[in-house]
Ligand binder design. Structure first.
Ligand code: G6P
Length: 611
């Protein structure tokens, strides 16, 4: 969380930084700021979105060829002008931005206060900055040296960019646990939390590693470790087009990303799923098939929407591979001293590949001898890099804060994985294997069918936009989809929503049912169909309003429901890939009806790089 951008070169830094911050706003958007070096340091910052900063800077002196900028997701200190980054040190000689959390900031702050330092903000960032300044003064050393000494004392996660009046031609950066990419141009460098602000200027990038410090000048990039040893930068070519991070005619990224799903699922399956040849080719699995198939158990670790994909995978892997699976919230798993044995397989699911809780959970499981398999969207991200093996979802950059296309990408990868493992293990017949491959292969076309006409969903959104609560119910493979539907609605429209297993509803949520409560059933034709029909009757008997996601042509549910959304018929194991789509659209349209900022819902951030 928090987006950071830096520029050094011939261009005016301010427009490059502001454009970059807009691309990174999905990471946080409660305040924004820039620091420009032009002789001295000029700092402009404002509570609110990047657009508020732009308005605030109209008419101000924005000249400078070196600059750093920040869009914030508050951790220490409420969103406000004074807590916005960049911060200036007590002398005014250093300006810094930071993504992450300094855990031992209180102790360091006390030491600095005792020495007479004063603080304008409540942030841990300002503490680290003045700590660096104090070291620099006491040791009469360079900023770089002071930073290195400071970081040895710091506990926590950071990606920081520093500019200084003492270093007229440099941005100094460091990272541990929060991402940093450096774009290499001709006589210029770009620094950012991810590649999206860089892509239109250069495709040559270096991903900075943990515990590295980068000294970035117009024509020079030096990487060092905390022991002051020079590291060789590994230059990579970005495989991303500018169009992928623009709205492409859609009003919002979320809508664009929902509509991209036929294509992104197709991209995910392409070259891997080969039903005609009866083969699934995934090198991350092929190279480790024995480890995966013989795992005594599999633990899936994830957060948010990715955790819901993990629940679907649990059902699939247990059914197809007969391996016990547990699905864990990464934030719980990392702290509760879980039993992890050598040979256990941990599947980490993450769109961003940077979620702090998931990262740390993996690191500790890895230390205990587990085999780590990453299902990640962001190529080259931290989770992808620390995994022993993995499979990318190839969904392309996801900008809308609420995850949509990354989720269907995750389901596609996990389905192929379960199928491949089950077939190798001999726990599914070849008929079922081929049938499921064909069903999975039909998904992109069926997604297109759902997206062809969304009028019915828009009408339902208009009808229920003023609801105060929503209940989402599902059984079997559709239970995690009920959870995901509720999460999407909460995130996007701020309507309170709960997801529940449909049968479990009798043990609590049924008490909420009255004639004003919309109850959404994910009730496609599957093994549990008759059971869920009974659950619908139970809601109707209590006058709840029933909205169903049903299989095309289901007239029984049409009669029973107040409103209905259809998805094409498909095997129940693959059904989540389709049944989630109307729920994504419903949340989107309800959010729009309620005037919500659907791409940037309040308080959320796309990439949660703090615990
Ligand atoms: C945040 C995002 C969610 C996402 C979750 C996990 O909460 O807003 O959309 O599902 O993080 O992120 P990851 O990148 O690890 O999938």
């Amino acid at each position: 969380m928090c987006g950071i951008v830096g520029y050094i070169g011939e261009r005016e830094a301010y427009p490059v930084i502001v454009k970059g911050l807009k691309r990174l706003e999905y990471r946080g958007y409660d305040s924004a700021g820039v620091a420009l070096r032009d002789g001295g340091l000029k700092v402009y910052k404002k509570q609110g979105k990047v657009a508020d900063l732009e308005e605030y800077t109209v008419g101000k002196d924005l000249h400078g060829h070196i600059g750093i900028g920040h869009t914030r997701w508050a951790t220490h200190g409420e969103p406000s002008d004074r807590n916005a980054h960049p911060h200036l040190s007590n002398s005014g000689n250093l300006a810094m931005i930071h993504n992450g959390i300094i855990e031992n900031y209180a102790q360091i702050k006390q030491e600095l206060v005792n020495k007479g330092y004063t603080f304008k903000s409540d942030t841990d960032t300002e503490v680290l900055l003045n700590f660096i300044e104090d070291i620099q003064i006491n040791n009469t050393c360079s900023v770089e040296e002071a930073l290195r000494i400071a970081l040895k004392r710091v506990v926590g996660a950071y990606c920081i960019l520093l500019i200084s009046t003492d270093e007229p031609d440099a941005i100094i950066a460091a990272r541990k646990g929060s991402p940093l990419v450096i774009g290499i141009g001709k006589g210029e460098h770009f620094l950012a939390s991810d590649a999206s602000p860089i892509i239109e200027y250069t495709k040559e990038v270096v991903y900075v590693n943990d515990y590295e410090i980068a000294i970035v000048r117009r024509n020079e990039l030096i990487l060092k470790n905390l022991g002051n040893e020079v590291q060789t930068p590994f230059i990579q070519k970005l495989d991303m087009e500018l169009a992928a991070i623009e709205k492409g005619g859609y009003e919002h990224f979320m809508l664009k990303e929902i509509h991209e799903q036929a294509e992104t699922v197709h991209d995910c399956l392409r070259g891997r799923l080969l039903p005609d040849q009866g083969k699934i080719i995934m090198s991350g699995i092929d190279n480790h098939l024995d480890t995966l198939v013989n795992a005594p158990r599999i633990v899936i670790v994830a957060c948010g929407t990715s955790w819901h994909a993990g629940l679907v995978a649990e059902y699939m892997i247990e059914e197809l591979c007969r391996i016990p699976v547990e699905v864990e919230y990464a934030s719980e798993f990392r702290y509760r001293n879980p039993v992890v044995n050598k040979g256990d397989v941990i599947i980490a699911i993450s769109q961003s590949g940077e979620t702090a809780d998931t990262m740390v959970a993996l690191e500790s499981a890895k230390e205990k001898g587990a085999f780590i398999f990453g299902v990640v969207n962001a190529v080259g991200s931290s989770i992808a890099r620390i995994s022993h093996a993995g499979a990318y979802t190839h969904s392309g950059p996801e900008i809308g804060v609420a995850s949509t296309k990354a989720f269907t990408g995750q389901l596609a990868v996990l389905t192929m994985m379960a199928l491949k493992m089950g077939y190798a293990k001999g726990t599914i017949t070849s008929e079922r294997y081929i049938h499921l491959m064909q069903e999975l292969h039909s998904v992109p076309e069926k997604i297109n069918e759902i997206l062809k006409d969304t009028t019915a969903i828009q009408n339902i959104a208009t009808k229920y936009k003023d609801a105060e609560d929503f209940l989402f119910l599902g059984r079997g493979y559709n239970f995690p989809i009920a959870l995901e539907g509720a999460l999407k609605l909460k995130e996007i429209s701020y309507i309170h929503a709960e997801g529940y297993p449909a049968a479990e509803m009798k043990h609590g949520p049924i008490a909420l049912v009255e004639d004003t409560l919309p109850v959404l059933f994910v009730a496609t034709k599957d093994t549990y169909y008759e059971k869920i029909v009974s659950n619908i009757q139970e809601i109707k008997a209590r006058k709840g309003m029933v909205i169903s996601v049903a299989t095309e042509g289901d007239s029984l549910l049409e009669d029973m429901s107040n409103d209905i959304m259809y998805v094409p018929e498909i095997d129940e194991l693959i059904a989540p890939l389709l049944s989630v789509i109307p729920l994504q659209l419903l949340s989107y349209y309800i959010g729009i009806e309620r005037g919500c900022d659907v791409d940037k819902p309040r308080n959320l951030a796309k990439s949660v790089t703090v615990e």
